[in-house]
Design a protein around this ligand. Structure first.
Ligand code: NAP
Length: 324
């Protein structure tokens, strides 16, 4: 086996510096601000055998690198990488599951409480001096007490959120592509049926063609006027226009959103909704967790060229082998 120090790795996007450092200790690293074939160093395309990516990697870019073997994605959600195309071409794709699960579940709970009990608005009230001038912050219409929580996407993070909701003393039900073994939560066969059975919906589904705009006007209507919607998964899973309309018209009570369809652009209609608590995609964004994700990105590339196998392959490329 050739020395792995000779392997050329392309770092794409604004990848966590700890991942870059670990890759530089092991490989020949070239950095590119985005995966654009025209920005590749001239005549160099055939040298690159790996991509470590924070950002989009499309089919055209994969095709532009004839000797590409692995794309290590920074993040558990890999909707920005064309993993289906990679899989067909025998290119491995990896993501960063598990190491961020508890952090993201914590953030989901924070968003849920912010949206329900208006904590960001109450803090702004204090900072604006209104506690002194106007008296106590008004009692919130929303409360977690008595709520029924539905989870859309009962995977690793969905289960971690469900455990937290259970500790709050609230019932949990869910909709997932398939029923999850070994849990007692009530299963619903469609998202619409789930929304009709609960008043609090937490979406942690991945962004895929099947989940695109799954949370639509009908789902929000089914959630009802006391409805709280939290999205910690992907913005693409929501019809944002319908959501803004539902928030403005009182079709639902409030929302907590960490993710948006066209980040970092947040629709003006959502910005105008006072009953929406909005975060700039910070689900996993602590130094602790981002470093663990960076380690896993580097470890996937190191393991691929050192041991001949990836640590955390995504389902579309699980069949891909290194041949070493
Ligand atoms: P996961 O373990 O793969 O869970 C995803 C779940 O969604 C699986 O149970 C899957 O069902 C289900 N699912 C997939 N397609 C579906 C569909 N069409 N209809 C219904 N259910 C469907 O992933 P995870 O680690 O929990 O992460 C979930 C997502 O959270 C990621 O994909 C990412 O987009 C998002 N995320 C956001 C942040 C943030 O900062 N806000 C951070 C991390 C992750 P099966 O069991 O049938 O496959």
């Amino acid at each position: 086996m050739a020395d792995i120090q000779d392997v050329h790795v392309l770092v794409v996007g604004n990848l966590h510096e700890h991942a870059v450092k670990r890759l530089e200790e092991n490989f020949q690293v070239t950095r590119l601000s985005k995966a654009d074939a025209s920005a590749l160093p001239p005549d160099d395309a055939q040298n690159f055998r790996a991509i470590a990516a924070s950002g989009a990697v499309d089919a055209a870019f994969i095709d532009a690198l004839p000797n590409l073997e692995i794309i290590a994605n920074f993040g558990v959600g890999y909707d920005a990488v064309d993993a289906g195309h990679a899989g067909k071409k025998g290119v491995m794709v990896t993501n960063t599951p598990d190491v961020l699960t508890e952090e993201v579940a914590d953030t989901a709970i924070g968003l849920l409480i912010n949206a329900t009990r208006e904590l960001p608005k109450a803090e702004n009230y204090l900072r604006a001096g209104k506690w002194k001038s106007d008296g106590a912050y008004p009692l919130t219409r929303g409360s977690l007490r008595g709520r029924k929580v539905g989870i859309f996407g009962m995977g690793r993070i969905g289960l971690a959120i469900a455990r937290r909701i259970e500790a709050f003393g609230l019932p949990v039900s869910y909709f997932n592509r398939s029923r999850v073994d070994g849990v007692s939560y009530e299963y619903h066969g469609s998202l619409l049926e789930l929304a009709g059975a609960v008043d609090t919906l937490i979406s942690v589904a991945p962004g895929t063609p099947q989940t695109a705009k799954a949370v639509n006007a009908d789902v929000l209507k089914a959630l009802g006027p006391d409805g709280i919607f939290v999205n910690i998964g992907r913005g693409s899973t929501v019809d944002e226009e319908a959501l803004a309309q539902a928030l403005k018209s009182g079709t639902i009570m409030a929302a907590g959103l960490d993710v948006f369809a066209d980040e970092p652009n947040v629709p003006q209609a959502l910005l105008e909704c006072e009953n929406a608590s909005l975060l700039p995609h910070v689900g996993s964004a602590s130094q602790h967790t981002r470093r663990a994700m960076a380690d896993l990105v580097a470890q996937n590339v190191i393991s691929w060229f050192g041991e001949g196998k990836a640590v955390t392959p995504v389902s579309e490329t699980r069949h891909v082998t290194s041949g070493r």
